[in-house]
Each structure stands twice: as structure tokens, then as C-alpha cells.
Design a protein around this ligand. Structure first.
Ligand code: KIV
Ligand code: ZN
Length: 538
């Protein structure tokens, strides 16, 4: 019900479970329907349309069980259930809402087509008997009202009613006279557009609201809007019906799921009202009482269990608060609203950054520092360039972990380009090619015991890094394309008793373990010299 004090409150009617699940591929199990209803309560929707109970036994049980759960929920929305204008369906729908009638939270939502194209296709011969349709509507609305339900009436195809304006007035009149308190005006086919001028459905809503107000001055009627997205205008049309029309209830689905191109995306409508409600040409701002910070969670649920959400959409989509390009991330790191129309926290979302080819050095620095490693102002450009070159083929960006991996590659003091290893009788020689701390070239080390190439390298490393102890080594050998392949995972302990892991691969098991040892030693060195956490302890 609307009263004059709350006249600018816009009620949110969530039909994700009903219109949303009518969308091919979006249906959910019984249990998931209940889970969704709980999330909708956390979001504090005003009305939750729980389904179409006369469609099947399972649909009935979904609506009935949700209605029953609501009786002991801490937040209690109105529960709506849809039916056609048929007596058996109306009775079944009243039964499904029975747990809530005494609490006055049961809403029967009945619809009847008024679109001249839709009427014969949907009603057959009955389409020609308009006075019968009006009388039936009056009778069935009264039946539901007398059973303790509030009643919402939807003239289906309202935005295309054309010559049926007066017939639609008669239907609305009959519904209101019989006790309906909510009149919902759907753009069922999603074809409405402001360019239609006086034919635009919002103009007709204004006319109907005036007629009904004049004829039923004592009735508090809530005007509602319900738009489909066939031209991508569902949200715009919905908002127009509020800001330029009489609608104080908006219907839609989370993530805009729904028949064909979908319904109006509720999260977009809610955030638009929050952002622009005070700019309306009204005395008081428009507002909803939605817990907007819960939008992300419910949107994620729909994405997971109903239909996948596209990445680059508004409000709750993955990229809505994700930034990659250098200029944007730079500005956002200084002021989070520099490139966001509202604070993503308002919808339960965090700003995130994805490092990619267009990203800059401040971005790299911030990720590296978020992992607690050093990246000074002087070296940030060089490090960022190294990371980009390291992943030069990764045009779609890299994860923060991958970025850290490249940072380690940049920092590591030993970069091996090849290992030669000879052993005869009890002695041998190991030669490392590449970068070994400040020297680039080759380093050789002789050894005089069998199988002690690994020990020889360990001795070389200890001269630079202090004592290292091999705590654990795991070898895995397999044949790949007729060649042996060995992989080694090793854990070492340094002077400070900290453990580091390294991995290595080669045809030769000794060389694979040398690679693993060097990898672990590099980690130990980076930790000691470039971990902010470690340096703070010194
Ligand atoms: O789109 C539509 O017209 C509907 C009605 C049943 C409200 O979903
Ligand atoms: Zn619909």
C-alpha cells in the first residue's frame, strides 16, 4: 500500500524466482529457490514473487515452503505468487500463500492480456467477450481479497494496448473495485521507448492513475512497472515510470535474468534510484530501503546457479570495479571515485586491478607491495617493464600471483641458462652458465666424491647465502615422448631456520635437483633482501 508520507519510497518487487526462472536455462532446484529467498530477505526486498504455484506440484511447494519460512524469518517481505485469470489457478495460488494471509503478507498476482495481438493468441474466442473478461476479473480478485490476500493486477502487454486503452481502464476499474491495491503496467514485449511520445506506456500510466484517483479517491493504489529488455531499455523505461510517472513499485530480476532479453536488472534500478533519487522533480527524493551492500552476494548467486553474468556489465559484474589501464589505476589509487560513478563498497564490491599490457608502474608497485615485497620509486618502471616483457603474449592480463612470479624472476640473483655436468669415477665437474649474483658467464666447481654435484652447488651457494640445509626432497620420474623427465621438489632451511621451496626439471635427476636447489636459494635470497616484512625485523 502507498500512503502520502511514504509516497517517494520506491518498493522493490523481485521476480527473479518467477519471471527469472521462466528464462530458458535459468531454472533452479527446490533447495536453491529457498536459498535465493533467504538472500532476497537479506537484501530486504519489499515483495518477493516466489513463483507460479499452479504450474506444477513442485512450483506449488516452492511457493508454499517460502511462505512458511517467512512466517518465522526476522525480515518478512510480502510474498507474491502469479496466476492466470482462471478460477482453479486463483484457488491454488491462494492455498500456496495460506501461511501468510493472517500476517497480511500474501499477494496474489493475476494477469490478463490487453495487447490486441496477444489477446486472441492467448485467450482464443474469449478475447472477443470483453464484458465477460471484466466480470471474471472482478469476481476472481474479490475471491482472493476475501481469502485474505492483497491483489496485484497486471494488464499483460500494457505497453502495446493501443485501441484497448478503454478496455484496460475497465479492467483496472473492475480490479480496484473488487479490492486490488496494486496495478502493474508491463512492457511485456520489451518494445516500449520514449520516442513513442503520447503512445509511450508511461504516458498511459499517468492517464490511468489520474482516472483511478478521480474515480476511487479513497483507495490507496500502488502503481507498478514491469519491463522487459528486448531493446535494452528495460532499466530506462522502469526508471522513467518512477521519475516521470506514477510508479512506486518496480519489478525486475537480479542480473536482469528473465524471458527472452530479460527483465529490468534490479541492481541497476536500485543504484540509479540511490544515485539520482534526490534529483527528481519532486519535493522529496525517491529512495528504496534495500540493503544495497548485499547486491553483490545475490548477484553472484544468480550468476552461479541461474545464468552466467557477462563480465563487462553494470553494478555487480566482474569488471564493474576492475581496472587495468595505467591512467585509470593511477588515478584510482589516489582517489577510488576517480573512475567509479559510486563507491563499489555500496554494493558489497571491492575495487580490483588487473595488470595488463596497458598497465603502469604504480599498479605493479601496489600489487608487489600488497604481497609485502619491496618496489621502490626508482625501480618501479624497470620492474613493470620486465613484468610486461615476461608476459608479452598475455594480452588479456595476468593475475596478481603471476605478476609476483615475474617479480621473483626479476629479483632472483641466480639465473641459470644451462648446466653441464660431468662425472668420471669418483670425481667430476659442474659448470653453471648464466647469471650468478654479480657475475655473468660460467662458473665451474670440481668435486671429488661420487654423486656430489648437488653438494658442490650447495657449497657455491653457501658462500653467498650462508648455511643452507636440504630438509626434504621429492623426485618424480616419468617418460615423456620416449625421453625421461625428472621433476624435483625441494625444501631448504636457511640460517634463520626459515623454509623455502624450489622446483626443478630435467632429463637428468641430478641436474633437476640442482635447479630445485637454486630455485629455493633464490627464494631465500629474495625473502631476505626484498621482503618488507623481513626487513622491518632487522
Ligand atoms: O511480462 C509480463 O507481462 C509479465 C506479467 C505476468 C506481469 O511477466
Ligand atoms: Zn514479465
Amino acid at each position: 500500500m502507498t500512503d502520502s508520507k511514504t509516497n517517494n519510497r520506491v518498493k522493490i518487487f523481485d521476480t527473479t524466482l518467477r519471471d527469472g526462472q521462466q528464462c530458458p536455462g535459468a531454472g533452479m532446484s527446490f533447495e536453491r529457490n529457498l536459498e535465493y529467498a533467504r538472500l532476497a530477505c537479506e537484501l530486504r526486498v519489499d515483495v518477493l514473487e516466489a513463483g507460479f504455484p499452479s504450474a506444477s506440484q513442485l512450483d506449488f511447494e516452492i511457493v508454499y515452503t517460502i511462505a512458511k519460512e517467512i512466517t518465522h524469518a526476522s525480515y518478512k517481505p510480502v510474498i507474491a505468487a502469479l496466476c492466470q485469470m482462471r478460477e482453479q489457478q486463483v484457488i491454488r495460488t491462494i492455498e500456496s500463500l495460506a501461511p501468510l494471509t493472517s500476517l497480511k503478507l500474501a499477494r496474489l498476482h493475476v494477469y490478463l492480456p490487453v495487447d490486441p495481438q496477444l489477446m486472441p493468441a492467448s485467450l482464443g474466442e474469449l478475447a472477443n467477450n470483453k464484458s465477460q473478461l471484466i466480470a471474471d476479473l472482478h469476481k476472481l480478485v474479490k475471491l482472493a481479497v476475501d481469502a485474505g490476500c492483497e491483489v496485484e493486477f497486471s494488464p499483460e502487454g500494457y505497453s502495446r494496448m493501443h485501441e484497448n486503452f478503454d478496455f484496460t481502464t475497465d479492467l483496472i476499474r473492475a480490479a480496484v473495485e473488487a479490492g486490488a491495491t496494486i496495478i502493474n503496467c508491463p512492457d511485456t514485449i520489451g518494445g516500449a521507448c520514449e520516442i513513442e511520445g503520447s503512445e509511450y506506456f508511461v504516458e498511459n500510466m499517468k492517464k490511468h492513475a489520474q482516472i483511478i484517483k478521480k474515480e476511487f479517491p479513497k483507495h490507496e493504489i500502488t502503481w507498478s512497472v514491469h519491463c522487459h529488455n528486448d531493446f535494452g531499455l528495460a532499466v530506462q523505461n522502469t526508471i522513467n515510470a518512477v521519475f516521470n510517472g506514477p510508479a512506486r513499485q518496480i519489478e525486475g530480476c537480479i542480473n536482469g535474468v528473465g524471458e527472452r532479453a530479460g527483465n529490468a536488472a534490479l541492481e541497476q534500478c536500485i543504484m540509479l534510484i540511490k544515485q539520482f533519487g534526490s534529483q527528481a522533480n519532486t519535493k522529496e527524493p525517491f529512495y528504496t530501503t534495500i540493503a544495497t551492500e548485499k547486491l553483490q552476494a545475490i548477484s553472484d548467486f544468480v550468476n552461479k546457479y541461474m545464468l552466467p553474468r557477462q563480465p563487462h556489465g553494470p553494478v555487480t559484474c566482474d569488471n564493474a570495479a576492475k581496472h587495468s589501464s595505467g591512467g585509470h589505476t593511477n588515478a584510482i589509487l589516489k582517489n577510488p571515485l576517480a573512475y567509479q560513478p559510486f563507491d563499489p563498497k555500496d554494493v558489497g564490491k571491492e575495487v580490483t586491478f588487473l595488470f595488463g599490457p596497458m598497465s603502469g608502474s604504480n599498479h605493479a608497485k601496489s600489487i608487489i607491495e600488497s604481497f609485502d615485497y619491496l618496489c621502490t620509486e626508482d625501480e618501479k618502471a624497470k620492474i613493470a617493464q620486465y613484468i610486461k616483457d615476461y608476459y608479452s603474449q598475455r594480452r588479456k592480463g595476468i593475475t596478481d600471483k603471476e605478476l609476483l612470479h615475474a617479480y621473483f624472476e626479476y629479483r632472483k640473483p641466480i639465473k641459470i641458462e644451462g648446466i653441464d655436468y660431468e662425472q668420471k669415477n669418483n670425481q667430476g665437474k659442474i659448470t653453471l652458465h648464466g647469471q650468478f649474483f654479480e657475475n655473468h658467464g660460467t662458473i665451474e666447481q670440481d668435486f671429488f666424491e661420487p654423486n656430489s654435484g648437488l653438494t658442490a652447488v650447495k657449497n657455491m651457494l653457501e658462500k653467498k647465502l650462508g648455511d643452507l640445509q636440504i630438509l626434504h626432497q621429492e623426485n618424480r620420474s616419468e617418460i615423456v615422448n620416449a625421453y625421461p623427465s625428472n621433476s624435483v621438489r625441494m625444501i631448504i632451511i636457511d640460517n634463520d631456520k626459515r623454509q623455502f621451496e624450489g622446483t626443478g626439471e630435467d632429463e637428468d635427476i641430478t641436474i633437476a635437483s640442482i635447479y630445485a636447489l637454486i630455485d629455493a636459494a633464490n627464494h631465500a635470497y629474495i625473502e631476505r633482501h626484498f621482503s618488507a616484512h623481513q626487513l622491518n625485523k632487522i
